[in-house]
Write a protein that binds this ligand. Structure first.
Ligand code: HEM
Length: 577
């Protein structure tokens, strides 16, 4: 290459210059030369026209340049300036926390601690698992106090176990602290349903959906639950009969899920059909995919990429929508909407003032699936864990049940009977305290505000870690980590010592709509089981509570089930007399 084809860089070295057109071409394309080497005519362009052309090109590129500039400015604001300003402002008010790391915030640290926390199992008698299940909250509360700042990626998050602050957030009726998906993967499993809607949409949904929880429906719920319990117990009885040891082993977590699933399918769709069963199977897999997506490193826009998991998610989501729409079409064709949740929503759309779109109806069905199955199954599982771990309590409960329940073995206990079972209620409240199925609640501020004397910016996440709050020794006393249902001797009434301190069903206007529903279901099943069987923890049980959307025993709950001997029943009755 000759000297003309080279330029010098800053260090004086020679680099090949950008290849330009050959000299011969340049010469041939001078104005007035109208014939190219290949004899094609090249039109003459006046220099002023060329200038205009360049100007037009420049103007066309301007919006793109401005957009890029805006995106860059936003990224800098979002990823650098805001974290800096928020940390400074909150730091000035005495709210400290772990440092912000560019774009990822504290997520890497959280993940690292979670993985480390999962390694060891706990002793079955240890009920304080917070350092294993929420290790980052456990550590940062110890380091920075009850209220601290951490980073959910670049989003500022205030985590607090301060009861006053938490009550202020949960009691809000002005939509200042709204529900937020936090992770877009949750959108697929909750849809546009009651749990994650806000403002007027939430009020409209609530009016349509709430009749499903009325007193009459609750009565039929206990029959549904007892039917599930009878089926489960029939299998145990058959297994015990065939064994020479007079006992059988069961995996209670799985059994609980099957039972609560059967109930919810009937509540939403009235009966099990091919379509409703497919919806359940798809929803189950969607939940697993969502958990996977939540634990994956956050990459913006990743959920739109056609990866194997994303394609599967889209396919299952389409199947859920298609099947629900099909069920609706069949009901419209038969002019019979039914009395289940789907029927209620369809009736509201036809006659009521509070209409729901098809997308919202599908979302509500998804919400009931995701909110009603795992949570209730988790409560039943942990209640059975505690009942099996504390035989003296198992005996006390059995005594109470035999005393207060006039129904014969295998019969549905009435709502009236359930209301009399004080010890059982206390045990369930203690289970909800120690093993709250929902481990934490979140909200997002919709404008700048003053929260418990802290100036908080719009868009800040408020994280409420229930497991930590339920072990606060200032509220629950020095035995907060221990199992002691007697602390609920006076229930959780407003006048009681623990009024609104137990947050397992949340508190305020957005408290769980299904709490009576869940309690009746679990009480019914436990009453029926304790009348017929005794339960002990299997030696195979490994105590490792894990957060898998709800708090579950990582390796399930294997229990040894024995027939209650006739003389054991007699003993209980003699004790009662
Ligand atoms: C032991 C069982 C259950 C527990 C521990 C539980 C817990 C909760 C909690 C903590 C919330 C509030 C979430 C928040 O504030 O962010 C909630 C809301 C909700 N739950 Fe439950 N839940 C249970 C059972 C059920 C059942 C069986 C259903 C339905 C059949 C249900 C339906 C709902 C609905 C619709 C909401 C949203 C209420 C609203 O925002 O207006 N839950 N639940």
């Amino acid at each position: 290459m000759g000297r003309r084809g080279r330029t010098r860089n800053r260090k004086g070295k020679l680099w090949p210059s950008r290849p330009g057109p050959p000299l011969s071409w340049q010469v041939e394309n001078q104005p007035n030369r109208s014939v190219a080497s290949n004899n094609t005519a090249i039109p003459y362009v006046h220099p002023s026209m060329e200038l205009l052309g360049r100007l037009a090109l420049g103007l066309a590129a301007l919006p793109a340049a401005l957009l890029t500039l805006r995106l860059c400015a936003r990224a800098v604001w979002h990823l650098v300036w805001r974290p800096y300003a928020v940390a400074r402002s909150l730091g000035g008010q005495g709210i400290r926390g772990p440092p912000y790391r560019f774009a990822v915030g504290c997520l890497q640290e959280c993940r690292r601690m979670l993985i480390a926390g999962r390694r060891n199992a706990l002793d079955a008698g240890c009920h304080n698992y917070t350092s294993h299940v929420q290790p980052f909250i456990h550590k940062w509360t110890a380091d920075y106090g009850k209220t601290f700042l951490f980073w959910f990626g670049p989003i500022p998050s205030i985590c607090s176990t301060d009861m006053e602050l938490v009550r202020e957030v949960l009691a809000d009726r002005t939509s200042l602290y709204q529900k937020d998906y936090m992770n877009p993967s949750l959108e697929v499993i909750f849809g546009k349903g009651l749990i994650l809607t806000n403002g007027d949409d939430w009020k409209r949904h609530r009016k349509v959906v709430h009749p499903v929880f009325n007193q009459g429906k609750l009565k039929s719920l206990s029959s549904l639950a007892s039917y599930g319990a009878q089926q489960m117990m029939a299998v145990w009885s058959a297994e015990i009969q065939n064994s020479n040891t007079n006992d059988t082993e069961t995996e209670m977590r799985h059994e609980s899920e099957q039972l609560t699933l059967g109930v919810i399918v009937e509540v939403i769709f009235g009966q099990k059909t091919k379509e409703s069963w497919e919806v359940f199977v798809a929803m189950k897999e969607l939940q697993e995919l969502a958990v996977h997506a939540i634990l994956a490193p956050p990459v913006p826009g990743f959920r739109y990429l056609p990866t194997r998991r994303n394609r599967r998610t889209w396919k299952l989501d389409r199947l859920v929508t298609r099947n629900i729409m099909k069920m609706m079409e069949t009901r419209i064709a038969n002019d019979d909407y039914g009395e289940d949740l789907l029927g209620l929503m369809m009736q509201a759309c036809r006659w009521g003032p509070n209409k729901l779109s098809n997308e919202e109806i599908v979302g509500e069905c998804k919400t009931f699936f995701s909110a009603g199955i795992d949570t209730t199954a988790t409560l039943l599982t942990w209640a059975m864990f505690l009942i099996s771990s504390y035989p003296e309590w198992q005996e006390k409960l059995r005594e109470e049940i035999l005393r207060e329940s006039p129904e014969a073995e295998g019969e549905v206990p009435s709502i009236n009977t359930l209301g009399k079972l004080k010890l059982l209620n206390m045990l369930l409240l203690e289970t909800l305290r120690l093993y709250s199925p929902v481990p934490f609640l979140t909200r997002k501020t919709t404008s700048d505000t003053n929260l418990a004397n802290i100036e908080v910016q719009k868009g800040t996440v408020i994280l409420i870690p229930l497991a930590m709050m339920h072990r606060d020794k200032e509220v629950w006393g020095p035995d907060a980590d221990e199992f002691n249902p007697m602390r609920f001797e006076n229930g959780t009434s407003r006048a009681g010592k623990y009024a609104s301190s137990l947050l397992a069903f949340s508190y305020g206007p957005r408290a769980c709509s299904g709490q009576n529903f869940a309690m009746i279901e679990v009480q019914t099943v436990i009453v029926m089981m304790l009348k017929r069987f005794t339960f002990t923890l299997s030696p195979k049980y490994v105590h490792k509570p894990t957060n898998f959307l709800t708090l579950t025993p990582r390796y399930g709950l294997p229990l040894i089930v024995r027939n209650l001997q006739p003389d054991e029943k007699k003993d209980s009755q003699v004790l009662l007399a």
